[in-house]
Design a binder for this molecule. Sequence first.
Ligand SMILES: Nc1nc2c(ncn2[C@@H]2O[C@H](COP(=O)(O)OP(=O)(O)OP(=O)(O)O)[C@@H](O)[C@H]2O)c(=O)[nH]1
Ligand SMILES: Nc1nc2c(ncn2[C@@H]2O[C@H](COP(=O)(O)OP(=O)(O)OP(=O)(O)O)[C@@H](O)[C@H]2O)c(=O)[nH]1
Ligand SMILES: [Mg+2]
Ligand SMILES: [Mg+2]
Lengths: 293, 278
Amino acid sequence: NLANKLEGIFKKLRSRGRLSESDVNEALREIRVTLLEADVNFKVVKRFIEQVRVKAIGQDVLKSLTPGQQIIKIVRDELTMLMDPGSLKGPIKPAAFPYIIFLVGIQGSGKTTTVAKLALNFKKEGFNPLLVATDVKRPAAEEQLEILARQIGVGAFRRQGNEGPVAICQNALQRAQLNKNNPIIVDTAGRFHIDEELMAELIGLKNNINPQEVLLVADATTGQEAVNIASTFNDRLGIDGIILTKLDGDARGGAALSMKEVTGKPIRYIGIGEKLDAIEPFYPDRLTSRILG
Amino acid sequence: FKDRGKITQTLLDELEEVLIMADLGVSATQKIIGHLQEKIRTNEVKDSEEVKDFIKTLIAQILEKNEIEESHKWQPPHVIMVIGVNGVGKTTTIGKLAWRLKKEGKKVLLAAGDTFRAAAIDQLEIWAQKIGVDFIKHQPGADPSAVVFDAIQAGKARGYDIIIADTAGRQHTKANLMEELKKMKRVIGKVIPDAPHEVLLVLDANTGQNALSQTNLFHQNLGVTGIVLTKLDGSAKGGIIVNIADTFDIPIKYIGLGEELDNLQEFHPALFASALLT
Ligand SMILES: Nc1nc2c(ncn2[C@@H]2O[C@H](COP(=O)(O)OP(=O)(O)OP(=O)(O)O)[C@@H](O)[C@H]2O)c(=O)[nH]1
Ligand SMILES: Nc1nc2c(ncn2[C@@H]2O[C@H](COP(=O)(O)OP(=O)(O)OP(=O)(O)O)[C@@H](O)[C@H]2O)c(=O)[nH]1
Ligand SMILES: [Mg+2]
Ligand SMILES: [Mg+2]
């Protein structure tokens, strides 16, 4: 792992007392490889390495640390700052009716499942959520949401006729008002950020319904395109936060760093399994350790 | 590398950026650039245009090494098991594959082997109905191996050419879920020796380096005979399969280019290599 590699590097170097430029450069090469292998975006890594270089050169090595440990400490601190715990908002707190939450993202990222996970959380906190099925394209997507709703004992709304997503949401809001449902969590069809028509559909839906939260649901295994996906969804649609799913596998999750860095938006939750209670608020230092391997 | 020019360090840096951003990963990129630098040293590659051609050819060669002629002269019933992590496109790919095989005149049977995920059976059933192929299912929560056993028995008895088994998505790191797949494979083998004849691993082109770990563990546990790379209609290049092709002996059989039935194509190494560099 990175810690051992850096120890190995510094064993070979004689420097003590101060981190020299050549010590730092060699360590940065290892750190760069570690971050790229963890799927952090190439350009994000470039910027990050420069930040670390500036912080590290000429630094006094703290009495209690070896040079390798010193560099790791700088990297860890810089990474954790990038994840910006200042903006750490914790779980969502639905305010007055209507508190509308959109879940958006590319195909297969875990949106439908996460809608139900969020609903279960809110139910446990005493809310009465309503799930809204606007994915009328994927075979049995509406069934999927209904079954999940039934499993957790919350209501689900699906279209009655041939309405599109806007009408479905409007009708769902009417139902929510009558039934006193809040929050209203909207599942959307998976779509590519480069699909003009589908992005326009989503933008139209947002403009019409005015959700309080738009959350990008992204797979923790996403590679270099994470930057493109997140920035396009953010620039064109506008997102308020990110949910990173499937962290119960062995993906390092570098995509999280890339998406946070390029959008500035907070990661609100992580998905850690297929069951509906497998969701947690996001802790930056845990993900930092994971990315550094 | 726009027009024919000198080979500069900038060019090599740009090349490294292109390959890494295509998800080839550090080690595959370093290996490829290493080969290139050797050719530059011996003057076999002399300008930026030749650099591009060399890289394309090298990547195509890596991708070609495992490709085999698909004879399609299978002994019926030919059994295909489709596996992979959550959400990569297994169920949709089975629909596309069944459609393609039906158009070739084959009698296809689909087995609803995902008895776990909400509406997984309904999803595959809708595809089966759209295509017009037969479908075997049990109730949700049933033993997946029992469904597949049933399907293979029925397939054998009623003379189907191809039987395709869908499975639930799962993380490759979960030993108990891998055991479930191994049991399904054994059960299939009990009904038809040598079956499943094909174990198709579905990978998502948006996935980064984790695709290596996925391939490694699925292959170790089940023996993967072919890969399908889906969602290449997005912006992801799927470069991780260059490392996979180099590391394993598994052929890449198909690519997925969309959500509709005809969005499945056979894999072409040279075309893929070209697309990686654009
Ligand atoms: N292991 C694991 N699986 C997950 C997680 N979240 C979702 N899944 C699974 O990922 C697969 C895809 O989930 P869906 O909720 O259908 O994804 P989606 O984004 O709605 O997919 P589309 O609507 O087709 O775009 C399913 O098998 C889910 O059970 C997670 O945190 N961990
Ligand atoms: N754009 C695009 N979408 C695809 C492709 N293949 C699958 N999808 C979409 O990806 C999402 C997930 O597909 P599924 O077939 O449900 O994936 P799966 O692997 O069976 O998922 P689980 O069974 O939940 O693990 C759906 O929205 C599909 O339409 C493809 O090649 N291109
Ligand atoms: Mg969905
Ligand atoms: Mg499926």
